[in-house]
Unconditional design. Structure first.
Length: 127
């Protein structure tokens, strides 16, 4: 049920992502990354959260463009959603406030898994 809700929120939000939203994720990437701390429900997504941020930054800098815009939009929407403290369930509510963030993030990761793995492989080859 929770993942279904996350998917619905993700699908609706992805349609509204603009280049301005991509720029927001790039400029606020350090703040967004702090949401993926070692504590709380998002802790298990630390690596994936950092990879999503890296994907958006590499897209923005034109280092990596082998990704459909719809997939990028899903990543951007998800990162903005996680960052926004006043989403469907406000983050000020301990634990419960991050459950919807986990649902949207999980739905995103399922949706873009194949493209994210391609990006991960490309990124590994850059080091």
């Amino acid at each position: 049920m929770l993942n279904k809700q996350g998917k619905a929120v993700l699908e609706e939000g992805t349609q509204k992502v603009t280049e301005k939203d991509v720029a927001i994720v790039v400029s606020r990437s350090e703040e967004i990354q702090k949401k993926f701390s070692a504590r709380g429900p998002l802790a298990r997504f630390i690596v994936d959260g950092k990879l999503l941020i890296s994907l958006v930054k590499d897209y923005w800098s034109k280092s990596y463009r082998q990704i459909p815009y719809g997939i990028l939009s899903s990543a951007v929407f998800t990162l903005i959603y996680v960052f926004n403290p006043l989403d469907i369930v406000p983050d000020v509510l301990p634990i419960i406030g991050q459950v919807d963030d986990v649902a949207v993030l999980s739905a995103c990761l399922l949706l873009i898994e194949q493209d994210l793995n391609k990006y991960r492989d490309w990124k590994a080859g850059q080091d």
